[in-house]
Design a protein around this ligand. Structure first.
Ligand SMILES: Nc1nc2c(c(=O)[nH]1)N[C@H]1C(S)=C(S)[C@@H](COP(=O)(O)O)O[C@H]1N2
Ligand SMILES: [Mo]
Length: 326
């Protein structure tokens, strides 16, 4: 999403290769600070947390029943690509940073607080949350607002299962997702690129849609840290940034949540952010995309599909001007 247009606007740049100057400078400061502090800091941190690290179930298998009705049959992105080309700014701004840095994320114990306009507020540890409903494997397309996409076999269950358990009251119209923000575990919080914590949100009916997946795994195992362990959402018809990683709080609200990207650049990132090839980002087209791992940089891009190829969600937006509510 941090992409600069070419100077004369004629030759759209490859989104993954470009970084605006402010971000670049921020990143350089960030790297310098890490270089100064990391050697001592992270050794101490790892010593203090050796036990917690030992409990982190990296690579642990997760049994799940395939749900072909809600899965694409397109070729799956290689695990290596899906785990080494990531956006997770809490661990740095470059696509390879989360894979390099997210080992410091401590995913056990982990508690998600479910609160706000509901009859049954609760705090669930990650194991109870994982067991709340039968796990399914759903192969979804994920389309980043930057113009690339992947096909990933996620493991989880419809978020609606959890929402029904906590019984939203009559005031609940939106759901807010808040990500962990712990600077001891997340070196990226030193960057001022977003207001931390990372916050995302959905309208309640979007959150209740069967496609909206509370996700605890991918490729048959628990989520790798860089993909948002131990729990994230995946909302496949929206740009990837709506799918918040490493969630610690789910809050039901009367008013629309203030979401991190919308707050940082409201004219560029709307609350809805449905994938829509007909509504361009102010600085680049959204009409096509590059499938990671499949297309070379110089190959023809794929056409981007309305709602990322999930037309069944269209009824959620009946009567809405999707240029206005982008
Ligand atoms: N907490 C948090 N969640 C996040 C992000 C982030 O920076 N922080 N990046 C988002 C963006 S821009 C994308 S494209 C997806 C990428 O998910 P993946 O790395 O599992 O493919 O995560 C989203 N969730
Ligand atoms: Mo993204």
């Amino acid at each position: 999403m941090l992409i600069k247009p070419s100077r004369d606007g004629s030759n759209p740049p490859l989104s993954s290769e470009i970084t605006p100057r402010e971000v670049y400078e921020e990143r350089r400061k960030f790297i310098a600070r890490i270089a100064a502090g990391a050697a001592v800091g992270s050794a101490l941190w790892e010593m203090a947390n050796r036990e917690a690290f030992a409990q982190t179930p990296a690579g642990q298998k997760l049994a799940a029943k395939a749900n072909p009705a809600l899965s694409t049959t397109e070729p799956r992105t290689a695990f290596k690509d899906a785990t080494n080309y990531n956006n997770f700014y809490e661990f740095g701004l470059d696509k390879g940073d989360p894979a390099d840095n997210a080992h410091t994320l401590k995913t056990r114990p982990w508690t998600v607080s479910i609160e706000g306009e509901i009859k049954k507020p609760m705090r669930l540890d990650i194991d109870s949350l994982t067991k709340l409903a039968p796990l399914e494997e759903r192969v979804y397309r994920l389309r980043c607002v930057e113009g690339w996409s992947m096909v990933i076999p996620w493991v989880g269950y419809s978020l609606s299962n959890l929402i029904r358990q906590v019984e939203p009251n009559g005031n609940a119209r939106y759901v807010e997702f808040t990500t962990l923000a712990d600077s001891k575990q997340m070196p990226g919080l030193r960057s001022g690129v977003l207001d931390w914590p990372y916050v995302e949100g959905l309208r309640l009916d979007e959150a209740m849609h069967p496609l909206t997946l509370l996700t605890v795994g991918m490729y048959g195992q628990v989520l790798p840290n860089q993909n948002g362990a131990p729990v994230r959402v995946v909302v496949p018809w929206k740009y990837g940034f709506k799918s918040a990683k490493s969630i610690v709080r789910i809050r039901f609200m009367r008013d629309q949540p203030k979401t991190a990207w919308n707050v940082s650049a409201p004219s560029e990132y709307g609350f809805y952010s449905n994938v829509n090839p007909r509504v361009d980002h102010p600085r680049w087209s959204q009409a096509s995309e590059r499938r990671i791992g499949e297309d070379g940089f110089f190959k023809k891009k794929r056409e981007t599909l309305m709602f990322n190829g999930y037309p069944e969600v269209a009824s959620l937006y009946a009567g809405m001007d999707l240029k206005k509510y982008f």
